[in-house]
Design a protein. Structure first.
Length: 186
């Protein structure tokens, strides 16, 4: 249903996936890529990355990376740490593995299952919502699919355009602030 709604509104987004999700839904992974969305890494086992050693971080990143590569031929390069949990060592390890770490600034709170209206209000009235915002939603949350169409049309009505994160981020000559925001220039 989510892919159908995105297609209906010609919206491309980024799906971050764990290794278990890739294993459980390989056809969905292929469909997401075929529809022109970004595939992003959300770690193999959804662990708190800042509590892992460098080698464990690398294993968490590369295990799901290799699953997606084998399944689709796609080289993922976007990484969203589970729980938004990162520190300097996680960021450095992600870069060493060829990844751009991503952090959201608008959490829909869809994972709390408060309902459709709550998701729409939380996003559209969020204090951080603005140009360049990254909105966090979960494809497995109870009300996300039902809220998605209204969320898209409301934000488009406010003048926002949706793009996959690969079209939003800097890839060269940037630094990252502590809150995960990229800033152009070194």
């Amino acid at each position: 249903m989510i892919l159908e709604i995105l297609k209906k509104h010609n919206v491309k987004v980024t799906f971050f996936m764990t290794g278990g999700w890739v294993e459980s839904y390989p056809d969905d992974v292929k469909a997401i890529l075929a529809d022109g969305h970004d595939l992003g890494n959300h770690s193999e086992n959804h662990k708190n990355m800042s509590q892992l050693s460098d080698s464990e971080c690398e294993e968490e990143l590369m295990a799901v990376h290799n699953k997606v590569l084998e399944l689709t031929g796609y080289e993922m390069f976007l990484f969203r740490p589970p729980y938004g949990d990162y520190d300097n060592h996680v960021i450095k390890k992600a870069y060493q593995c060829g990844y751009y770490p991503i952090q959201w600034d608008v959490d829909s709170l869809d994972w709390k299952d408060y309902g459709v209206d709550s998701i729409i209000r939380t996003v559209t009235e969020h204090k951080h919502l603005g140009n360049g915002s990254i909105i966090l939603c979960h494809n497995g949350a109870k009300y996300t699919a039902e809220a998605l169409e209204t969320l898209i049309t409301t934000l488009q009505g406010q003048g926002y355009e949706f793009v996959p994160i690969s079209q939003l981020i800097y890839r060269d000559s940037f630094h990252m602030k502590a809150d995960g925001t990229q800033v152009s220039g070194k």
